[in-house]
Design a protein around this ligand. Sequence first.
Ligand code: GDP
Ligand code: IMO
Ligand code: MG
Length: 423
Amino acid sequence: MSIDLLLGLQWGDEGKGKIVDVLTKNYDIIARFQGGPNAGHTLKFDGFSHVLHTIPSGIFHPTALNLIGNGVVIDPVIFQTEIDKLEPFNIDFPNKLFISKKAHLILPTHRLLDAASEASKGKAKIGSTLKGIGPTYMDKTGRNGIRVGDIVLPDWKDRYENLKQKHLKMLSSFEGLIEFDLAALEEVFFKAIEELKKLPFVDSENLLHTAIKEGKKVLAEGAQGSLLDIDFGTYPFVTSSTTTAAGACTGLGVAPNAIGDVFGIFKAYTTRVGSGPFPTELFDEDGETMGRVGMEFGATTGRARRCGWIDLVALKYAIRVNGVTQLMMMKGDVLSGFEKIKVCTSYKTKDGSIKHFPFSIDPEHVTPEYIEMEGWKEDLTELTAEDQFPKAFNDYIAYLEKELETPIKIVSVGPDRKQTIFR
Ligand code: GDP
Ligand code: IMO
Ligand code: MG
């Protein structure tokens, strides 16, 4: 009786969507537990490439049920666009996609507040995806939010108006920073709300308890990454939800003792999109090569992702905070051709060399310290089994496993579903 979790261990975009899609065949239910359309999860198969933002990555499987949990924030407009884009796949949505009544709604004014807040910060901006995530979670914890279950209540429009008026007052203090046509935004929003009503709204915690009791297998899909967690990430350059394992408990209503395996997913190097410290970031040709070969552009915003070497200090921290039981290493293929591969094993600080993740990883406080390993020349993208790995690649994997004290069970060598090697 358990639920497995799959979480990103870095700053997001580790390849969560790809692996959830690959693993769905082993599960009855795939459940998203936090975040919202700031996420962009890419799936590739049969020559298609598809990006999901709110919909769980099990949606292409013929029978698995996909659940959007209470911890998620939903923008009905983006959600509708996602549903429309899936039309060619003939998915039986009302039977395959359920939404928690307790999930909060992103209103058009939440997005405006996000944009205004970022514009007001100037150089100190978070680099938000501007999807209204922060303001929506603020209203949730401020006890002002509107939930999916509210939109079928007779007074829903009054609740909407009240919250909108509050937001307009707040927006007036940002006068001149952003321009908007709220009437146009609302027209699209209310249309999308009617579409949202076509899907089943459920007490998702109850659905999950029953399913787990019946022996059904559940996989919880994380969004963002551990270093973007509201508590354990590089605050304030984080997102507004609990992206770490505890977020699955609060975002789905499952107890900690119901959690089985925790799959931690990481890239063979590191990327970050948006602002904030990134000790191993590269500003040279190596970083440029990672970005180009890895096609490191945000799946949600199209922004170029910052690239750098793998950081074991940060990874060990994320593994501990999440209680990771198995690792999955993505994008090793991108490192083919590097003469030497660097691995950050500690940070130099004014108090000497440290191996734990400190309060601040700003450049004035830490400098990464590296060991160097041999690179490999071989193309990995056609490989189908571990025994075909070049020696230097095997050495890299073995070193990471030893340092991280956790087995690497999946090695991904390309974006396609098929380019996945189990160990
Ligand atoms: P997510 O947000 O964690 O689901 O990850 P994204 O979809 O935002 O970013 C991962 C990107 O890497 C996508 O473009 C994937 O198609 C791609 N990708 C995933 N695994 C691999 C891999 O092993 N090798 C390569 N080259 N690309 C991969
Ligand atoms: P997936 O699920 C990478 C980053 C943004 C910004 C910060 C706050 O695809 O891995 P927000 O929109 O939440 O206010 O942005 O978090 N960010 C992500 N970076 N992948 C994501 O999701 C992200 N979601 C948010 O770039 O720095
Ligand atoms: Mg992504």
